[in-house]
Design a protein around this ligand. Structure first.
Ligand SMILES: Cc1cc2nc3c(=O)[nH]c(=O)nc-3n(C[C@H](O)[C@H](O)[C@H](O)COP(=O)(O)OP(=O)(O)OC[C@H]3O[C@@H](n4cnc5c(N)ncnc54)[C@H](O)[C@@H]3O)c2cc1C
Length: 464
């Protein structure tokens, strides 16, 4: 940072209600750290924003001083898009308040809130909206890219439940985007990521969920894994929307419900979450359990908020992560074989392959209703994840992710994938994710709201 810019920081401090954190400040290292421990960048300025005025001041300051801008929602992005080297970080973490109107079934949620904060506030009223599967993920990045989780089969994506948003544009104007106001912007932020402005508030529609749900987690060991995936695939295809399913190919955790001799055994966890009655869940699980003969299982009622935090320990804050995603139209026998064959090649027991079936309410929307990167006819989203605190194992597993992706790629729907599940994109993959028509429309909307591409430290869509 130049002497002049350093001098100007006094102006920024003056303009901001929130704190301005600089290199050398006691809060600096904590403020620049994000979920992915492999990200170690040093912003020149961190602007902790407490509202739209702070965001507008930070945007103006960065543009005046020529600093590159990045936006931090929950800091959970895979490649650390929240942290600009030598640039200005708009840190939304002070904007974490969630206000629930239980009668209207709406939640207003700050742009820097986590899913845990959103779930805690809404579940107080027995309500919820669609979030992800790890509770310390930010609502901001997750929602702007689409957002899927345990409620997707029943209620669609997070963006399908977005009523409106308050957005600070690159030029500092603060607007509301909804079906009635700035409709083009509202369409674009439902899938097009952080390209179009800084969202200081999301308004979500809420639905009665829980407080208790039912979980079945049936674990099958590696040698029987490919067959287990096929059995699960056939069973998942016939489930009602109230049964939400996933496959987690990893190692058995050292948890109390796992017999000690099976701790860290590699295999597949077949997960079926019951959002309806206990009877419905029991009836859905029984034939799958019979067919799988699991090595061990956990079948239990649990609070919805506990389900939302169930995978938190497998992805602790500060761990190194690298991910590549794919969409599959079919979980073919061949795909099951590739997954089973590739799993033993990991160095870290935390690295994993996750498969989430889509369909249900996800498929209720038409492709062009939102800017979601992917067709609503898609059947599966796959995440291949390297996860470890150990730098050496991380290097190994990053290559394992790439190799596994290469093996699955011929079976997938193009090189494109869910924008939120990629640590990097192959050339042209982002465009392929959206498809030509959506890509062109997004680029035109970008030209309207951010013609200078001020917000480009993201899965970037250049202005038309
Ligand atoms: C362990 C783990 C589990 C995950 N599980 C799921 C899952 O179950 N479902 C799912 O859909 N995704 C999942 N994801 C992906 C997740 O949605 C993305 O990582 C998302 O980007 C996280 O959002 P964030 O706000 O925490 O990230 P950040 O790193 O803060 O931001 C990521 C991007 O979003 C932009 N952004 C964030 N907030 C705002 C805002 N308020 N206004 C404008 N731009 C903003 C940033 O500029 C940046 O480009 C998971 C990720 C991880 C690491």
């Amino acid at each position: 940072m130049t002497g002049t810019a350093r001098h100007d920081v006094a102006d920024l401090r003056e303009a901001l209600a929130g704190a301005v954190v600089l290199p050398g400040d006691p809060a600096y290292d904590e403020a620049r750290s994000v979920f992915n421990g492999d990200v170690d960048r040093r912003p020149a300025v961190i602007a902790r924003c407490t509202g739209p005025d702070d965001v507008a001041a930070a945007l103006a300051f960065a543009q005046d001083t020529g600093l590159e801008i990045a936006v931090r929602g929950g800091g959970h992005g895979y490649w650390g898009a929240a942290v600009p080297e030598n640039g200005l970080m708009i840190d939304l973490s002070p904007l974490d308040q969630v206000v629930v109107d239980a009668e209207a079934r709406r939640a207003r949620c700050g742009g820097g809130a986590t899913l845990a904060q959103l779930d805690a506030a809404t579940q107080e009223h027995g309500l919820a909206t669609v979030g992800g599967t790890v509770s310390h993920t930010g609502v901001g990045g997750l929602t702007l890219g689409g957002g899927f989780g345990w409620l997707t089969s029943l209620l669609g994506l997070s963006i399908d439940n977005l009523e409106s948003a308050q957005v600070v544009l690159a030029d500092g104007r603060c607007v509301r985007a909804s079906e009635d106001e700035h409709e083009d912007l509202f369409w674009a932020i439902r899938g097009g990521g952080g390209n179009f402005g800084v969202v200081t508030e999301f308004e979500f529609r809420l639905h009665p969920i829980g407080p208790m749900i039912n979980l079945a987690m049936m674990f099958v060991e590696q040698p029987r894994m490919a067959d287990a995936i096929r059995i699960a695939r056939d069973a998942f295809a016939t489930q009602p929307r109230t049964i939400s399913c996933a496959l987690a190919c990893n190692n058995a955790p050292p948890a109390p419900f796992v017999p000690e001799e099976h701790h860290f055994t590699p295999g597949v966890a077949v997960i079926m979450v019951g959002l309806g009655s206990a009877e419905e869940h029991a009836a859905a699980v029984a034939p799958v359990r019979d067919a799988l003969s699991p090595l061990f299982e956990l079948v239990t009622p649990m609070p919805y908020v506990a389900l939302q935090q169930m995978l938190d320990e497998a992805a602790p804050w500060g761990v190194r992560v690298y991910t590549k995603g794919l969409y599959l139209d079919e979980l073919s026998d061949e795909a099951a074989d590739v997954i089973a064959e590739r799993l033993p090649g990991r160095a870290s027991p935390m690295s994993q392959i996750l498969v989430f079936p889509l369909g249900g309410a996800f498929a209720d929307r038409s492709d062009d209703e939102t800017a979601f990167g992917g067709s609503r006819a898609l059947r599966y989203v796959v995440a291949i994840e390297a996860t470890t605190p150990d730098p050496e194992a991380f290097g190994h597993d990053r290559e394992w992710v790439r190799g596994t992706w290469d093996r699955l790629r011929p079976l997938a729907v193009g090189p494109g994938a869910y924008v939120n599940l990629n640590a990097e994109f192959e050339p042209g993959a982002l465009r392929s994710t959206y498809g030509e028509a959506k890509w062109d429309r997004l680029a035109r909307i970008k030209a309207t709201y951010d013609p200078g591409n001020v917000l480009h430290v993201n899965a970037n869509i250049k202005p038309a």
